[in-house]
Design a protein around this ligand. Structure first.
Ligand SMILES: NC(=O)c1ccc[n+]([C@@H]2O[C@H](COP(=O)([O-])OP(=O)(O)OC[C@H]3O[C@@H](n4cnc5c(N)ncnc54)[C@H](O)[C@@H]3O)[C@@H](O)[C@H]2O)c1
Length: 256
């Protein structure tokens, strides 16, 4: 378990769900991890837990709202100052405004704007400043978190979320093409229906949950642990020839 020894990895949205699982696994694989989140208390708790398990100096808590460029710029500057400049960045933080995001005829502009600000602009800012840091340090691996709703029309009940995820898939290819020659690899992981706090409001309704699980060929919902392994692969030298790719971890939902 040391596939990421000597790496420093920044994971956004790392205080909960998929980001927390990925950051924890990265640390267990030998990386130093930056737990970046807008929720400062939850980020601190995650760092304390990792430090207790793996030792002081394993994890660093960074409070950062990815939708604000001054905050993202200050976050990367703080890391540089502290000697924690990342060579792996997982741009994972995202929101889905359940009960507010809607089919386009019913979509409130403020809901669209809030979703775009975090999911698309926030991911772009995280990646922009990661690329700047990696151009200075000689390369690295960037991983974005996409969604099946950005691949198909399935997510038409939440227009804003689905559209931002399609944008993230496009951003992955665009940045990968622009910086391949600089040794910066950029890929996206597309988790399927994964039980985390983000989807609890759906999972609480047993009928809705059963309907979703019924569409997953592997016959079960995903867990954050299902996503970790692919992220480790993409962060590591095993994926040295992979860039611009979208990796589906969705139990076959969009492929079979
Ligand atoms: N859970 C799923 O089924 C699923 C499926 C496909 C994609 N995803 C994507 O996976 C990613 C993680 O989702 P999750 O299910 O773990 O959700 P989650 O709600 O458990 O975790 C999201 C984390 O992001 C943080 N966050 C939100 N806005 C932020 C901001 N502006 N700045 C910094 N941090 C912010 C939250 O505080 C939280 O800790 C998201 O991009 C989501 O769209 C999730």
């Amino acid at each position: 378990m040391s596939r990421l020894a000597s790496r420093t990895a920044l994971v956004t949205g790392a205080a909960s769900g998929i980001g927390l699982a990925v950051a924890t696994r990265f640390a267990r694989e030998g990386a130093r991890v930056v737990i970046a989140d807008r929720d400062a208390d939850a980020a601190r708790t995650a760092v304390d837990r990792l430090s207790a398990e793996l030792g002081e100096g394993t994890a660093y808590a960074l409070t950062m709202d990815i939708s604000s460029e001054p905050a993202v710029e200050a976050g990367y500057a703080e890391l540089a100052e502290a000697g924690w400049t990342p060579d792996v960045v997982v741009a994972n933080a995202g929101v889905q405004l359940f009960g507010q995001d809607a089919k386009i005829a019913d979509l409130d502009l403020a809901v669209w704007q809030r979703t775009v600000d975090v999911n698309l602009t926030g991911t772009m800012l995280t990646v922009k400043h990661a690329v700047r840091a990696m151009l200075a340090s000689g390369g690295g691996s960037i991983i974005l978190t996409g969604s099946p709703t950005g691949l198909t029309g399935e997510g038409n009940d939440f227009t804003s979320y689905s559209t931002t995820k399609a944008g993230i898939h496009g951003l992955t290819r665009t940045v990968a093409a622009a910086y391949a020659k600089d040794g910066i690899r950029v890929n996206a992981v597309i988790p399927g229906y994964t039980e985390t706090p983000l989807v609890t409001s759906i999972s609480d309704d047993p009928e809705e949950r059963a309907a979703i699980v019924g569409r997953i060929p592997l016959g079960r919902p995903g867990t954050p642990a299902d996503v970790e392994g692919v992220m480790v692969f993409l962060a590591s030298d095993d994926a040295a020839f992979a860039t611009g790719a979208l990796f589906r971890v969705d139990g076959g939902m969009t492929s079979l």
